[in-house]
Design a protein. Structure first.
Length: 58
């Protein structure tokens, strides 16, 4: 969201701060599930989190 604070997002969208927090939480959870469905995560030799696509997504 271009480095906007939650309060700024609420003002722009005309919704409450609590609604912004709920929507962002739900969006993060959906993104996490999609990533977990399509990727196998591991730490590589440099201890950097990496992802290999699962076979169904290649």
């Amino acid at each position: 969201m271009e480095d906007l604070k939650n309060k700024e997002i609420a003002e722009i969208l005309g919704i409450s701060l609590d609604t912004v927090k709920i929507r962002l939480h739900r969006a993060r959870e959906k993104l996490k599930k999609k990533l977990e469905q399509g990727c196998t995560f591991y730490h590589n030799e440099e201890n950097v989190l990496s992802c290999d696509l699962k076979e169904a997504y290649e």
